[in-house]
Design a protein around this ligand. Sequence first.
Ligand SMILES: [Zn+2]
Length: 237
Amino acid sequence: MQILKGLFQVGGDINGITFDQLGALWNDGNSYVLKTDQGLILFDCGCGDTLEQIFDNMRYWDLSPDDITHCILTHPHYDHAGAGHILSARGVKFISIGETADAVSSGDDRCCGYLYHKIFKPFRVDQLVTDGETLHLAGIDFQVMHLPGHSMGCTAYLFNWDGKRVVVSGDVIGTLLVGDFGWDGSIDFDKKIYTQSLLKFSKVDTDIMLPGHGLIYFHKPRFRVEEALNSALMQWR
Ligand SMILES: [Zn+2]
């Protein structure tokens, strides 16, 4: 699915762009591709069992999987990073914040394999980023925003594309029909830290939000973050 010129959603099982198991709606987080003149940048890579579907979706848009140079991870959960070991073996370079890199390199319960009755196969992240850093990649500036809580590795990436301010937000907020926060079953879930992250994220204006699951928001995504913050403040105190 093309979102903007050169920006695509290529994975995600809630709307059936990819499909893992019957009845599964959360096995495959959303994954996105940015087409740059220096190669393809993938955001998150799904659970691994759907990688060929992601590749097929890319080929439909004339995007060769062989042209993926980098994969940027929003957090280490299985539905977002499970395919990492396969892509890494294909030579794709991984980028993430330290907490995510640490989790995927161990493949431990911070990666939530238990939730899917699957084993998370560990892999190495090649380049670490830090909160507040601007990542320069393929001629694009990505602002790194660490937003822990859903998992300690949660990170959003903000960049300008085709005249829009875009954020890839992972599971910091769920985006179904209203803004809501992400799943709270992670081993390293933390309500207090999550609420602080929502407060921080609620100050940020963007034009388009590409979430880890569900609907892409094309109008004032900040409103959805404020809704999630409101829910957290009411339910988690
Ligand atoms: Zn998650």
